[in-house]
Ligand binder design. Structure first.
Ligand code: CU
Length: 159
């Protein structure tokens, strides 16, 4: 009798869990967030020495999804706009420029790092302070988005 009750309780909990997972009351934003197979880690924002100047965001990206994508847009919470930058040779000088869309296919790994590809946040709010966190969102061809937490560092901190 006791065992039967126990089993019923487990069954009840399982039902409740799956019902919760399939709940249609989830906000729409949560259902469209996340790019299947994409993992983003080690994300950090390095603030400019002068407050309000553009801040660079670096992160590691691994893609293991089946669909081929192109990465070309991003948004940063607390910044008016954000764009991907890369370094390239132009006019016989190496300089920072807008990044061309990066194709992503299964198994690709990409490092956004100092001196290479990075995400630049423009008009950064003074509310973004070293030691805090913000959120960035990458957007790929087709409009799928993935949001991830970003640690905020001061200009002189390790990048
Ligand atoms: Cu830049």
């Amino acid at each position: 009798m006791k065992a039967k009750l126990f089993a019923a309780a487990i069954l009840g909990a399982t039902l409740a869990l799956s019902a919760c997972g399939e709940s249609p009351e989830q906000p729409a934003a949560q259902q469209t967030t996340g790019i299947p197979g994409m993992k983003i880690s080690n994300a950090r924002m390095v603030l400019a020495p002068v407050p309000g100047n553009p801040a660079a965001i670096y992160f590691d990206l691994a893609y293991d999804g089946d669909q081929a994508l192109a990465l070309n847009r991003a948004e940063v919470k607390g910044a008016k706009s954000a764009m991907f930058h890369d370094y390239g040779e132009y006019d016989f000088k190496v300089q920072m420029m807008e990044m061309l869309p990066v194709p992503l296919k299964k198994g690709d790994k990409l490092e956004f790092k100092p001196g290479g590809k990075h995400l630049m946040a423009m008009d950064v709010s003074p509310d973004l302070k070293p030691g805090g966190t913000t959120e960035a969102t990458v957007i790929v061809s087709g409009g799928a988005r993935q949001t991830f937490p970003v640690e905020i560092r001061a200009a002189g901190d390790e990048r």
